[in-house]
Design a protein around this ligand. Structure first.
Ligand code: SF4
Length: 580
C-alpha cells in the first residue's frame, strides 16, 4: 500500500523553530516496519506547511496515497486534523490513521468529534499500525476487532480494542536507518520517574526497555555512512544504565565515528566516569530537567531530585566539557516571587550555560491533567477549542497572567545578565586526554556569544569580550580552528589588525587549507595595506568568489588594471557556474 506518514504543524509560532521542526523518531520506526513488509512509505515533515497550505493538496494529489498516518502530540493535533480534513475533501477514499502521544490520550475525543479521522493507533504503534494497514489492504474489516492497540468508529460508537503487548526486545525492530536519514536517535523507551506534568511514563510505561549497544551504535554508523554527523539522543534518561552507556561510547570510539551529539539525562543518573566516556564519544550537550529552585515546587511536580544532586551534576558535566542545559518550569502550583528567587539563587549556583524556561502546561496523559479535570469538572471537550494546550496558571485563581509574565521576565533577565559570568566561571578537568575536547567546548561556547544565539540577545552584557576570553582559553588547551577564526575576526572588528594577522597566521600554520582562515588573514593584510601578502592569501582559492572579489580590490588599489580585469573575468565565470 502507498502510505504517507505525516508530522503536522503546530498552531502557535515558536521563537525557536528547533523546538518543533524535528520529526519524532517514532515515525521512522513505523516507516521501517512498514517498508520491511513491502509497503511504499514516505515520511513528510509538515511542521511548517501551513505557511504554504496549497502544498498539502498538491502533494496529496500527486502522490495519491492509500493511507495517511498522522503522528501528533497534543500541541499539533489541530495541524493533523486540518490535514485529515483536506485529505478527505480531495481524496475521500484515503484512510486516515492518527497515532502518537496526542492520539493515545485523546482517542475517544478525536474519533467522536472528527469524522475525518478513521482510525487511532494507541501507544507503541509499530505492529498495531502494520496490522491495521494489512487489514485495510485486504478490506478485511470483519476482523478489525482482533487488531490490538487501535480504536475506530462503528456506526455512532467509538470502539477500542484490547491493549497491544509492548515490544520486549527493541532490537527486533528493523533499523530505521536502513531506509531513512534522520538526526534523532532513541536507545531506550520509558522513564521510571513519574513527574506530574509529563506524559512519558503513561505512554511508554515506567519499566524502561533498551536497545543493545550493538544495535544503537550500528544505527549511528549507518547514518554516519550517509553523511550525518550530528545527532540528538532523545531518550528520557540516556544515562540510566551506566555500563551500557559506556559500552555505547566505546563502540562509537572504536568505529572512529567523528560525531557530535546531544543527550537528555537526570541529575541523579550521571557520574564522572560516564561523563568522561560520553565526552570522548562526541557528546557536547546534556539537558537536565531541574524545573525549579524551590524544593517544595519540585515536590509538587513529583520531580524527586535533590538540590545537591543538581549542583553536583552541573559542576561535573561542565568539568568534562559538556554543555549542561537546564530546563526550568515556572507558573507551577505555589509559585511566588519567593520561589522564583529560589530558582534564581539555584541558577547562580549551578551556572548553566544554556537554559529553557517554560510556563507549566497541562495536557492529556499527565497526572496534572487528571487533577485539572477533577477540580474544574471540565472534560476532554475542552480540546475542541482551537488551542495548543492549557497553561496551569489559567486554572489556579492564586496566579494571574501578569504575574506569570513578570516571573518569566525576572528569570530571563537575571539569567542573561549573568550569563557571561557563568561562562567565565567554567572549570574544566585537568586531564590531558581531554584537552582537545576542552578546546572544542570553549570555542563552541565562545561562538554562541560572538556569532550564535547569544550574539543576538541584547541583554547579555559584553558578549564580544566574553567570547574573546573563551576563544583565548580554548587556544590555551590546544590549537582549534574555530578559536583562531573567532578571535581573528574579533580583533579585525576592533581594528586590531596586527594582532589579527598574528592569530590568524598561527591558525593558518595549523590549518593551511582552511579557506575561512586564509581569507580572513588576507582581509587583515589588506587593512594593513599589505596587498602583496593579502593577494597570496586570496589567490590560493581561485574558485572562491569571495576571495576573487578581494583579490580584484587589491589589484585595483595597486593600480594593476590588467590583473584586476583578468580576476573580474574569472569572477564572472565563477558567478555563472554557481548560478547554473
Ligand atoms: S519529565 Fe523526564 S524524568 Fe520526569 S517523567 Fe518525564 S521523562 Fe521522566
Amino acid at each position: 500500500m502507498k502510505i504517507i506518514l505525516i508530522y503536522p504543524y503546530f498552531l502557535d509560532e515558536r521563537l525557536q523553530v528547533e523546538d518543533v521542526r524535528v520529526v519524532p523518531i517514532g515515525l521512522y520506526y513505523i516507516g521501517a516496519v512498514l517498508k520491511e513488509n513491502q509497503h511504499d512509505v514516505e515520511i513528510v515533515n509538515w511542521y511548517d506547511i501551513h505557511k504554504t497550505p496549497h502544498k498539502i493538496e498538491e502533494t496529496l494529489e500527486e502522490k495519491r496515497p492509500d493511507i495517511i498516518g498522522v503522528s501528533i502530540m497534543n500541541a499539533n493535533r489541530w495541524g493533523g486534523i486540518d490535514i485529515a480534513k483536506i485529505t478527505k475533501k480531495i481524496l475521500p477514499e484515503v484512510k486516515t490513521v492518527f497515532g502518537g502521544i496526542g492520539t493515545t490520550f485523546l482517542w475517544q475525543h478525536l474519533l467522536t468529534h472528527f469524522k475525518e479521522i478513521d482510525f487511532a493507533v494507541l501507544g507503541e504503534g509499530e505492529y498495531s499500525f502494520l496490522n491495521l494497514v494489512q487489514c485495510i489492504e485486504k478490506e478485511n474489516y470483519d476482523r478489525i476487532n482482533e487488531i490490538k492497540g487501535i480504536a475506530f468508529r462503528k456506526g455512532e460508537k467509538v470502539i477500542k480494542t484490547s491493549d497491544a503487548e509492548i515490544i520486549q526486545d527493541l532490537d527486533l525492530l528493523p533499523m530505521p536507518s536502513k531506509y531513512f536519514e534522520f538526526h534523532h536517535l532513541s536507545s531506550s523507551r520509558g522513564c521510571p520517574a513519574n513527574c506530574t506534568f509529563c506524559g512519558s511514563p503513561q505512554f511508554w510505561g515506567r519499566k524502561v526497555r533498551f536497545h543493545s549497544p550493538e544495535y544503537f551504535s550500528d544505527q549511528i554508523e549507518r547514518l554516519y555512512s550517509k553523511g550525518i554527523t550530528f545527532f540528538y539522543v532523545s531518550d528520557d534518561t540516556f544515562t540510566m544504565r551506566k555500563d551500557r552507556v559506556i559500552q555505547i561510547c566505546k563502540k562509537i570510539i572504536e568505529k572512529d565515528l567523528q560525531i557530535a551529539w546531544f543527550a537528555i539525562s537526570r541529575v541523579n543518573h550521571v557520574d564522572e566516569e560516564i561523563l568522561y566516556w560520553m565526552r570522548k564519544a562526541g557528546c557536547i550537550q546534556i539537558s537536565y530537567g531541574v524545573e525549579s529552585g524551590s524544593e517544595k515546587i519540585r515536590g509538587i511536580l513529583n520531580k524527586n531530585i535533590k538540590t545537591d544532586d543538581i549542583k553536583r551534576a552541573f559542576a561535573m558535566t561542565t568539568k568534562y566539557g559538556i554543555l549542561a542545559r537546564a530546563y526550568f518550569i515556572y507558573g507551577s502550583p505555589g509559585e511566588s516571587y519567593e520561589t522564583i528567587q529560589e530558582t534564581i539563587n539555584l541558577i547562580h549556583e549551578i551556572k548553566p550555560l544554556s537554559t529553557i524556561f517554560y510556563i507549566l502546561d497541562i495536557f492529556p496523559g499527565t497526572a496534572l491533567y487528571e487533577d485539572f479535570k477533577r477540580k474544574t469538572k471540565l472534560r476532554d471537550d475542552i480540546w475542541l477549542k482551537r488551542i495548543e494546550d492549557i497553561m496551569y496558571f489559567e486554572s489556579d485563581p492564586r496566579l494571574s497572567k501578569d504575574e506569570i509574565l513578570a516571573f518569566g521576565q525576572k528569570l530571563k533577565s537575571d539569567y542573561f545578565s549573568h550569563l557571561g559570568e557563568f561562562a567565565d566561571a567554567v572549570e574544566l578537568a585537568d586531564n590531558k586526554d581531554l584537552y582537545k575536547s576542552h578546546a572544542d567546548f570553549l570555542s563552541r561556547l565562545a561562538m554562541t556569544f560572538s556569532h550564535g544565539d547569544y550574539a543576538a540577545i541584547e541583554t547579555i552584557p559584553e558578549k564580544e569580550e566574553v567570547a574573546r576570553r573563551l576563544y583565548e582559553r580554548s587556544l590555551s588547551y590546544c590549537p582549534n580552528h574555530r578559536a583562531y577564526l573567532g578571535l581573528g575576526i574579533i580583533k579585525q572588528k576592533r581594528g586590531e589588525y596586527e594582532e589579527s594577522v598574528q592569530i590568524l597566521s598561527e591558525g593558518v600554520k595549523q590549518y593551511p587549507d582552511s579557506k575561512p582562515l586564509v581569507t580572513c588573514l588576507g582581509v587583515s593584510y589588506m587593512k594593513l595595506n599589505q596587498y602583496e601578502e593579502a593577494l597570496k592569501c586570496f589567490l590560493k582559492f581561485p574558485d572562491s568568489r569571495e576571495a576573487l572579489q578581494y583579490a580584484a580590490a587589491c589589484y585595483r588599489t595597486l593600480g594593476d588594471s590588467e590583473k584586476e580585469s583578468s580576476i573580474l573575468r574569472r569572477l564572472e565565470r565563477a558567478t555563472y557556474e554557481a548560478s547554473r
